[in-house]
Design a protein around this ligand. Structure first.
Ligand code: TXA
Ligand code: MG
Length: 330
């Protein structure tokens, strides 16, 4: 696959590849996506194929404006339109009733489609130039750590001929995926996935926000069909290959063998072995931004186990703890 600079030339080449049904690594403000033409059933199928993603787990469709995004829905509840007006462009994904002519696989057979308008200028320009909405899951193989740099995308997909290249726009600003919200019955607001738009910010605009905790999610397709939870809530996710043990925020240092790597919020004195610190100054934004990169570093060391501490459970911290929890499940 090609490694393109994200300048106007690179964007032009990438959008031509997309129009021809190829896939492209696309930078967004959250993580890098593996993008393909959302209206082309073949391109959508090759996203599932290349990612080795199970076909019950639907994709997010990206558009360059609110109107273009909402045009892919068959109806838009008032509260959904309000959230789109407040949070787009940005890291919020809205799950809405889908237009019948969209490829079925996009929605994994559900009656809904996930929509988002990214704020990253390169994503915006690419969407504008290729002139079609782009389906883009995070550009990692299924269940693995999400990519926050173009190099991560290159590592995941070097050997995949369907991926034409990646547009390199440096590290992603947020480093954590979008928050995913659905509207079962058209009047409820349910958070399916915590992410880069904190619950507290959503709460300011929603009377009664519901939230499905990972621990409460079941592997039950009926619940997904009714919009009670997202198919992507499959517990183990965002996972390093090395087993990860997750400790509460204030837990003492446990006994450990050589071959242990550590991940802490602000740094722990007295640890033996490699340690990654999410944010020395205790900034949750910085921690969110560094999370997946730190996990990748530790995972590459070939250790026997990783031990991580939870971070404070507010704002972006809730989403960080969600990813750490899923990474720790076996
Ligand atoms: O920040 C992001 O959202 C990134 C960038 C590339 O935009 N994309 C991303 O996509 O994280 P992905 O495919 O890794 O995660 C999509 C999530 C999954 O949890 C999926 O189950 C959920 O959105 N989802 C998609 N369509 C849905 C639907 N119709 N109903 C419920 N959940 C849906
Ligand atoms: Mg993903």
């Amino acid at each position: 696959m090609e490694h393109w600079k994200a300048d106007s030339e690179g964007i032009a080449v990438a959008s031509e590849a997309l129009r021809q049904g190829k896939l492209v690594g696309m930078p967004t403000e959250t993580v890098y996506g593996l993008a393909g033409n959302a209206l082309d059933a073949q391109a959508v199928a090759s996203i599932f194929d290349v990612k080795q993603r199970p076909t019950f787990d639907p994709l997010i469709v990206h558009a360059d404006s609110m109107d273009a995004a909402l045009a892919l829905a068959s109806s838009v509840p008032a509260i959904a339109r309000h959230l789109a007006e407040v949070f787009w462009p940005g890291p919020l994904t809205l799950v809405l009733p889908r237009r019948a002519d969209l490829p079925d696989l996009l929605s994994a057979g559900l009656e809904t489609v996930a929509l988002r308008v990214p704020s990253h200028p390169v994503a915006h320009q690419l969407l504008k130039e290729c002139g079609v909405p782009l389906a883009a899951p995070s550009a990692n193989r299924f269940g693995r750590i999400s990519p926050t740099t173009a190099d991560h995308v290159l590592e995941e997909f070097t050997d995949a001929p369907e991926v034409a290249g990646v547009l390199d726009a440096g590290a992603c600003e947020m480093g954590l995926e979008s928050t995913v919200v659905g509207f079962p019955g058209g009047d409820r607001v349910v958070v399916y996935r915590l992410g880069a738009t904190p619950l507290e910010e959503l709460n300011d605009h929603v009377d009664h926000l519901e939230w499905v905790r990972v621990a409460d999610a079941e592997d039950n397709p009926e619940l997904a069909k009714r919009g009670e939870q997202s198919p992507g809530m499959l517990a183990r996710h965002y996972a390093p290959r090395t087993p990860l043990l997750l400790l509460e925020q204030d837990a003492e240092i446990p006994d450990s063998d050589a071959g242990t790597g550590w991940l802490s919020f602000q740094g722990h004195p007295g640890l033996e072995g490699p340690q990654e610190v999410l944010s020395v100054k205790g900034d949750l934004r910085e921690a969110a931004n560094r999370l997946f990169g730190c996990l990748r570093h530790l995972d590459a060391l070939g250790l026997d186990q990783l031990i991580a501490w939870k971070v404070p459970d507010q704002g972006l911290g809730a989403a960080i703890n969600d990813r750490l929890t899923r990474a720790s499940l076996r």
